[in-house]
Design a binder for this molecule. Structure first.
Ligand SMILES: NC(=O)c1ccc[n+]([C@@H]2O[C@H](COP(=O)([O-])OP(=O)(O)OC[C@H]3O[C@@H](n4cnc5c(N)ncnc54)[C@H](O)[C@@H]3O)[C@@H](O)[C@H]2O)c1
Length: 401
């Protein structure tokens, strides 16, 4: 039997039909893949197909695909409640069930029992160990993380995560299929919590939260500075509301446990909101009132918070990732731009600004506040010492000729 690397992925199983599952099934079907979509209940499958149909119609209305292409995509999706039907003849399974390690292990082992030996099993987990989920199978080398962004049928980024046992053939196959889906894959070389994009985002959220708690700036001053000076698509509080305060709360605790005091979460701010069920946009109330739509953040408030400190924290976290061999600078930059719409990646920003300036910013904040969040990464210190200070010296995170 041929190994996965020599085979083209053609048939895919998507397990789970929630927010992510149906969008992922659609993304594969639109690009010509045959998809078996599995859920526990027929009712969920009917709802998922309805949602896919609605989304495909939007694609047609916007001229992205023709109505014939939409019909063809829909016809490529077979729905089932049986693992035997879903996984018997596939090259790749993408698991998208709820974020629970025991549940994901059960799903992985069920697919493993049925899927052909060459098939890859990928998890869309945001926070769990890809390695641990992979161990639930007899083919850990053919398991990996394939982390999509919401909404999966539209966003251009996929984080591909190498678990401890994942083979390079498996990584190559997932990178390759991601490109064929029209996405840009970035490689997370280690199974490190938060992978790439969430890890940098949570560091920046913590910076915004602690700044508010210390009374240095108001929520709207921070958000106005992020939007109107930083050029970020949303203010940080606005973005946390948008993704869900409950989600941020859970992820921030996981990152704290995994990466230590640098990720000290600001629970005094988020916990009461979670307890009061003020979870953000989905509820209509979080940091902001969303009952009448997107919150108003006046541009006059911009400038009262120094946005350079967010950049410094983001650059510092990028340096940690590079030092720990979790990701390359290009992957980090592409991830932040495609995954969250940042105007620049942190590494390219640092090179433009000057790594010495970033380091100064961190050292000043560290000596003032004495919190690990600002403690400069040794890699950044080393670069500055070596005069790798960015574009002005011809070398920083990147080399300039
Ligand atoms: N929502 C996001 O923004 C986002 C982004 C990237 C990754 N993820 C990850 O994707 C995964 C799914 O997230 P979601 O937002 O789609 O969740 P969701 O709650 O919308 O959907 C979860 C799905 O899992 C199904 N499920 C639960 N138990 C099951 C079982 N025993 N067998 C089969 N299906 C079962 C549910 O019926 C539901 O369809 C999670 O691991 C999450 O961390 C989510």
């Amino acid at each position: 039997m041929k190994e996965t690397a020599d085979r083209e992925i053609q048939r895919v199983a998507v397990i789970g039909t929630g927010l992510m599952g149906h969008g992922i099934a659609q993304a594969f079907a639109v690009k010509g893949y045959s998809v078996n979509l599995l859920s526990r209940r027929n009712e969920s499958l009917r709802k998922a197909v309805q949602e896919i149909r609605w989304s495909l119609n939007k694609f047609v209305e916007k001229g992205r695909i023709s109505s014939d292409e939409a019909e063809a995509a829909l016809s490529r999706i077979a729905t089932t409640t049986s693992y035997k039907e879903a996984a018997a003849d596939i090259d790749l399974a993408v698991e998208c069930v709820s974020e629970n390690i025991d549940l994901k292990k059960v799903v992985f082992s069920k697919i493993d029992e049925i899927a052909p030996s060459h098939a890859i099993i990928a998890t869309n987990t945001s926070t769990l160990s890809v390695t641990e989920v992979g161990k639930a199978t007899g083919r850990p080398e053919k398991t990996a993380g394939m982390h999509w962004f919401i909404p999966p049928q539209l966003t251009g980024l996929i984080e591909v995560i190498k678990g401890k046992d994942t083979s390079s053939e498996t990584i190559n196959a997932i990178m390759d299929v991601s490109r064929k889906l029209g996405k840009t894959p970035i490689l997370c070389k280690k199974d490190a919590r938060g992978f790439i994009v969430s890890r940098i985002l949570v560091a920046v959220f913590n910076e915004a939260f602690w700044t508010l708690i210390r009374g240095e700036a108001s929520m709207k001053e921070i958000d106005a500075s992020a939007k109107y000076i930083g050029g970020f698509p949303m203010g940080w509080f606005e973005l946390v509301d948008f993704v869900g305060i409950d989600l941020e709360y859970e992820v921030s605790k996981i990152l704290h446990e995994a990466h230590g005091e640098r990720f000290q979460p600001c629970l005094e701010l988020t916990e009461p909101l979670v307890e009061e069920k003020k979870l953000g946009q989905k509820i209509g109330r979080g940091f902001y009132d969303w009952s009448k739509g997107r919150p108003c953040i006046p541009s006059e408030l911009a400038g009262k918070y120094d946005i350079e400190r967010c950049w410094a924290v983001a650059v510092n976290e990028a340096a940690w990732m590079i030092m720990e061999d979790v990701a390359e600078q290009e992957s980090i930059d592409v991830g932040m731009k495609l995954g969250t719409g940042w105007p620049s990646g942190p590494c390219e920003y640092a090179d433009k600004k000057g790594l010495d300036m970033i380091l100064d910013q961190l050292e000043a904040a560290y000596s003032q506040h004495k919190t690990e969040l600002y403690k400069p990464c040794p890699l950044l210190q080393d670069y500055v010492k070596k005069r790798w200070r960015g574009k002005k010296t011809g070398k920083g995170f990147y080399t300039y000729t």
